[in-house]
Ligand binder design. Structure first.
Ligand SMILES: [Zn+2]
Length: 297
């Protein structure tokens, strides 16, 4: 199984179009320690060179163009993208499917709630149901895909998508978000762009992973507040911070998987290759992903 990071940043990307924070300013200036990143997506190659895309961000078109392995063979109109898996109903998790509307047949896998959301929003009718077969993924049930990858939806603690929230609420309505577990040839990869809290149930679900792409949205719980960018804590945004006693660095340390952060917000200091935060992450045995990063599993 080959895994390819199409986008390593959280919603908004890096740099974010309307953000002049220190990180974004460095990325915009072309500083080599602040490599730009597009919004979160990971692709996995299955049987016959077919690719499964986990997470469809608004950057999906540019991500496909940036990765020659996802290009149609010359002389054909036939993309090697055979499946798209939606694990988050946030805009940066679903909007990219609209890019894939040019008469290409593929399978769309998602939990019932996300399929319902697509059904209710007329713009997604642009994906012809005769070509794009929608398959419901019940959490915890292993689904065999035609490309030989076994797909299981894992439930993670989360919250309702931002656009469905009561904006003034101090605490968001808790709602599950999801990770995708992909198994092939006895090897397991888990892609988890959002996780509000690392509970024992989460650790159990991640225990047998060989490779883990995990939510690296914010470094500290108060990062957005400290930077004057928002009033929300990391947990209020539905993302466990990297640092702290209950942070992902500490809580995931005992997992045997190769651990790679993705879905990283532009404010996160670990994006900067020469930062103390990056050094701490590296010292703990974790990696910080970038667009185009490939991992053979
Ligand atoms: Zn920024």
């Amino acid at each position: 199984m080959k895994c390819l990071v199409l986008g390593a940043a959280a919603g908004g990307g890096f740099p974010q179009w309307n953000c002049g924070c220190r990180n974004c300013a460095l990325a915009r200036a072309g500083d080599p320690t602040a490599r730009p990143r597009s919004q979160a997506s990971v692709a996995l190659r299955g049987r016959g060179g077919q690719w499964m895309i986990i997470g469809a961000s608004p950057d999906l078109r540019a991500q496909i163009l940036a990765n020659p392995e996802l290009a149609p063979p010359a002389g054909t109109r036939n993309s090697p993208i055979g499946a798209v898996v939606l694990v988050s109903a946030d805009v940066d998790g679903i909007a990219g499917v609209l890019t894939l509307r040019e008469q290409h047949a593929f399978r769309l896998y998602a939990p019932a709630k996300i399929l319902q959301l697509l059904q209710e929003n007329g713009v997604f009718a642009a994906l012809d149901p005769a070509l794009v077969e929608r398959t419901e993924l019940p959490p915890g049930a292993a689904v065999q895909t035609p490309m030989g990858l076994t797909l299981t939806l894992l439930e993670m603690p989360g919250k309702t998508p931002l656009y469905q929230e009561v904006r003034s609420a101090a605490a968001p309505e808790p709602a599950p978000t999801y990770a995708a577990r992909i198994e092939a040839g006895g090897r397991v990869c888990v892609v988890a762009p959002g996780c509000a809290e690392i509970t024992e149930a989460v650790l159990t679900q991640l225990a047998d992973a060989d490779l883990l792409f995990f939510d690296g949205t914010l470094f500290t719980d108060t990062e957005m507040i400290d930077a004057g960018l928002s009033w929300k804590t990391s947990r209020r945004m539905g993302h466990v911070p990297v640092s702290g006693a209950d942070g992902s660095l500490a809580r995931l340390a005992s997992l045997r998987a190769r651990k790679i952060y993705f879905h990283i917000n532009n404010s996160n200091p670990m994006l900067l290759e020469n930062s103390a935060e990056r050094a701490a992450v590296t010292a703990a045995g974790f990696e910080v992903s970038h667009d185009g990063m490939g991992v053979e599993l």
